[in-house]
Design a protein around this ligand. Structure first.
Ligand SMILES: Nc1nc2c(c(=O)[nH]1)N[C@H]1C(S)=C(S)[C@@H](COP(=O)(O)O)O[C@H]1N2
Ligand SMILES: [Mo]
Length: 361
């Protein structure tokens, strides 16, 4: 069991450790157990001594801070919230049927998970540091070196100051009531609810107020959405942009792709998630490859930053059959039908209809 994970994790790479759970591991509970939570790493997982850990808050602040974990805990009010993390590369595998994406992890459908996070509000920390009005972005600095970045460098990211001061962003030390495991950023990480996972920097040791976006490789080069033809054109792409809020997505968690099932009534479960706090308004499921759709029952909300789980019973005819799911969010947005219409050179943001193929006997 690598990194304290269940033995049936789908491990894409051991070094660095990149693994996602089987769908059934996400379908059983609203909060993802720690041993099933996907883990995405660009470098070796560091082992950080909690007693020696410090958080430096500097840059465009009037009062720079240097805090130990106990000072962080004592000085600010503890907050907990449920938030779903979703990697921008979630469901990249579906793009590969259309066109190859070299050098990126071929994530399936489960580079997403949900936990209750506990820590302090980033907005409170920034207020104590006397954030200056010139600040436009807040940068997070990690210690782990990504060898494949050019040049090799520690992982980092930034978010706009409006998001950083909105109250939901946490400097977190616990996950589902347990101290943060190393694989998830222990002792302390940032959690940016509603944004792509890459902005939630693990093992954070620095928070820096800047005028503009971070120049870290993972903000300035990777995790940007490029036009579909960017890798073929001779001129540099000018319209790529840093990914922030997660696009509306939904997917099927049970049954799994390739399952053999009895025909007749079958329970289908899944999740829907709209980034940046937009609620889920409706989920529809088809057991007949889209010939007819039925409205799924939504589970209780876990809060504005978490996935909305859903379930429905559909009648499966004997034979091969494709089950589909699509969601609507509170802004009336819905998901595109095909991954191929969303293909992009780095394979980010596949939020096409959820799709599993099963055989009913
Ligand atoms: N320091 C650091 N933080 C990081 C990363 C990393 O490689 N190093 N990966 C990011 C990415 S791309 C994602 S999707 C999330 C994954 O968080 P998890 O491993 O806790 O699931 O962490 C983010 N934070
Ligand atoms: Mo990610």
């Amino acid at each position: 069991m690598g990194q304290g994970k269940r033995s049936d994790m789908i491990v894409h790479t051991d070094q660095p450790y990149n693994a996602e759970p089987p769908r059934r591991a996400l379908s059983s509970k609203p909060l993802t157990p720690l041993d099933a939570f996907y883990s995405r790493n660009h470098g070796a997982i560091p082992s950080i001594d909690t007693r020696g850990w410090r958080l430096i808050v500097d840059g465009l602040v009037g009062n720079p801070l240097n805090l130990s974990l106990s000072q962080l805990r004592d000085r600010f009010t503890e907050q907990s919230l449920v938030a779903t993390l979703q990697c921008a590369g979630n469901r990249r595998k579906e793009f590969l049927a259309f066109r190859d994406i070299p050098d990126e992890v071929p994530w399936g459908s489960t580079a997403t998970s949900t936990a209750e996070w506990t820590g302090v509000r980033l907005s409170d920390v920034l207020e104590a540091a006397d954030l200056l009005s010139e600040a436009g972005h807040i940068e997070f600095l990690g210690p782990d070196i990504a060898e494949h970045a050019s040049p090799p460098q520690p992982f980092g990211s930034s978010i706009p100051v409006q998001k950083a001061t909105a109250g939901e962003v946490l400097v977190a030390w616990a996950m589902n009531g347990e101290p943060l495991p190393s694989a998830h950023g222990g002792p302390v990480r940032i959690v940016v609810p509603g944004y792509i996972g890459a902005r939630s920097v693990k093992w954070v040791h620095g928070i820096r107020a800047l005028t503009a976006e971070s120049r870290n490789y993972f903000q300035a080069v990777a995790y940007r959405l490029e036009p579909a033809d960017a890798d073929r054109s001779s001129v540099a792409a000018t319209t790529d942009f840093a990914l922030g809020a997660v696009a509306l997505n939904s997917d099927i968690l049970s049954p799994d792709d390739g399952d053999l099932l009895p025909s007749g009534p079958t329970t289908v479960t899944g999740y829907a998630f709209a980034g940046d706090g937009r609620g889920i308004s409706r989920v529809e499921v088809s057991g007949s490859a889209g010939r007819c759709w039925h409205e799924a029952a939504l589970d209780d909300e876990l809060g504005p930053w978490a996935w909305r789980r859903w379930q429905i019973t559909v009648d499966l005819p004997v034979g091969q059959c494709q089950i589909l799911a699509r969601a609507w969010d509170a802004s009336g947005d819905t998901q595109p039908e095909f991954a191929r219409d969303l293909w992009n050179p780095k394979g980010y943001g596949n939020n096409s209809w959820g799709r599993v193929n099963v055989t009913a006997a």
